[in-house]
Design a protein around this ligand. Structure first.
Ligand code: AMP
Ligand code: MG
Length: 199
């Protein structure tokens, strides 16, 4: 049986760190855990067909291209996770509930993506706006022009909740909010593991 968990959070929230700790904890408990990054799949496909050269170009593409790629990637991820062996397979999809594009905010989890992925749980990783901005500044090579103000991060955190709830309504997946305060990655990962085991 496959349990599919979608994990979202705005850039700088510490999602990747929490996810790798949570994955290790679940593996220790005997689950077959597959951690996949939606952006990697988008990037690998778009790079292969020659549409982009860097990851940051993805969200500047025309929405029609992104939409088509997004749906295709969702199907591929579900198929790969379905083919995993074992009684207790946990698929964790690292992605975004909301993406800022030049044409406005865009859902990372529209109906077609949710229909392909069929998530059981949507976990929203959150942190204090001040901590998110500090993390982005520390990792400036990655965020470059995207460094945000505290005000903007506050707005994005709010939007992230709204979009996640909308995706929960469409898919019927449970939604949970996990706070990831500075220095408490372990605790956040433990909370996520508990939520995954409970579904
Ligand atoms: P990340 O490295 O996780 O921040 O993701 C990199 C990029 O992948 C994002 O900025 C988006 O352009 C794209 N991406 C990730 N998840 C999705 C999704 N669910 N739908 C569309 N694009 C996505
Ligand atoms: Mg990440």
């Amino acid at each position: 049986m496959l349990k599919l968990v979608v994990v979202v959070g705005i850039p700088g929230v510490g999602k990747s760190t929490v996810l790798s700790i949570a994955r290790n904890k679940l593996v220790e408990k005997g689950y077959n855990v597959k951690l996949v990054n939606f952006g990697d799949y988008m990037f690998n496909y778009l790079k292969e067909v020659g549409t982009v050269r860097t990851r940051d170009e993805i969200r500047r593409l025309p929405l029609t291209i992104q939409l088509k790629t997004q749906g295709m990637v969702a199907r591929k991820i579900r198929e790969e996770l379905e083919s995993e062996r074992g009684e207790q397979v946990i698929g964790i999809v690292d992605t975004h509930a909301v993406i800022k594009t030049p044409t406005g905010f865009w859902t990372g989890l529209p109906m077609n993506v949710l229909q392909e992925l069929r998530p059981n749980l949507i976990a929203v990783i959150e942190a204090k706006p001040e901590e998110i901005v500090a993390r982005q500044q520390r990792d400036a090579s990655r965020y470059r022009a995207d460094l945000s103000s505290i005000e903007f991060v506050k707005e994005l955190l709010q939007l992230n909740r709204y979009f996640s709830i909308a995706s929960s309504v469409i898919s019927g997946a449970a939604v949970t909010f996990i706070s990831n305060p500075e220095g408490l990655f372990e605790k956040a990962a433990e909370e996520l593991v508990a939520a995954i085991e409970a579904i």
